[in-house]
Ligand binder design. Sequence first.
Ligand code: QZP
Length: 405
Amino acid sequence: MTATPDQLAHRIGAPRLDIDPFSDDFLNNPYPYHEEIREAGPVVWLSPYGIWAVGRHEHVRAGLNDWQNFISSAGVGLANFRTEKPFRPPSLILEADPPQHTRSRTVLARILSPKMMQQVRDAFAEQAELLIDRLVEKGEIDAVKELAEVYPLKVFPDALGLADEGRENLLLYGNMVFNAFGPRNHIFQEAVTRYEPVREWIMNKCQREELRPGGFGDLIYQAADAGEITYDEAPMLVRSFLSAGVDTTVNGLGNAIFCLANHPEQYDKLVATPALARAAFEEALRYESSVQTFFRTVNQSLEFAGVSMQENDKVLFFLAAANRDPRQWKDPEVFDIERRPVGHMAFGSGIHGCVGQVVARLEGELILDALARKVKRIELIGQPVRRLNNTLRALDSLPVRFIPH
Ligand code: QZP
């Protein structure tokens, strides 16, 4: 599969960069590299992997909205499922194109609807209150281990209808799934080692007997009862909830608190106006996007932004680079909770745009609202530690002090 530079000669016409977007150095601080990619051109060739990279907002958006040419069924990671074996059976929604994608999406979108959010809101809000009260009591906490990981692991599996026991396994699974979109580097290998022991547990939790009647998981099986999807598809769609529903919001919350701890004047604004909670979470998604990148595969030769791409080429879309593109945003490096960053790419765009975004926003809003009402000031009391992940912008620990009102 690895082509020599000569075989790739037809690709001259786009700038070539010798950047590894999955190296420790890149993942520790991606922003200078994002700028380099964006400023080099709308499409650049990354020679270490022989892939295209897209970092400008206009082109990330355009590519993600062209699902016919930039397909998902060959995988949304570096591996091309047409030629390489996926690390797990492909997702029926993420790693699928219409019409399969449409059938899966219809069911999940109905379950994760705004109407359903009204039904779970009170339960989610109660847990946010309880948790923040408990953490204020403690005072000095790790905002990742004791908040960002705790809240989504409580409310989302509750809504799914999963028993309490073993839920922390979902973090190991999410870590695996998101690392597997990248290359088989050391970060991936470590994730595999930690995931292997919980593989069986995860697959078992996708079965109907494991899911409380009436919860999100059971509703998928009810869609199978109704003939919308098959009984073979149901556990696979539950698996999508388990894959995408926890790590994303864990890091969304962790990154939001990181932003607010680093920008006390923005936190002051939130405290003065807790109704800004939803907007603050949105700006944090733009500024520190939990999902940094994913791939598409070129279905047939085409021209994109003046560059000719070949069938099976992999294209890496940098959501996080688009979210700081100065062509799109005024002062993109400024974190401003009053910005209202409509059109950010943190949830993707187009037919694959995040189907769970209403859940993510609900969790973000409720946690930031509870913080604003109960915590006057957030002080960083130690060095935040990053957790490197091939896809996610993630923290391992964030030591803070919560000063109550
Ligand atoms: C992960 C699945 C940002 C996305 C790549 C998150 C994601 C969405 C769906 C699935 C996994 O269906 O397994």
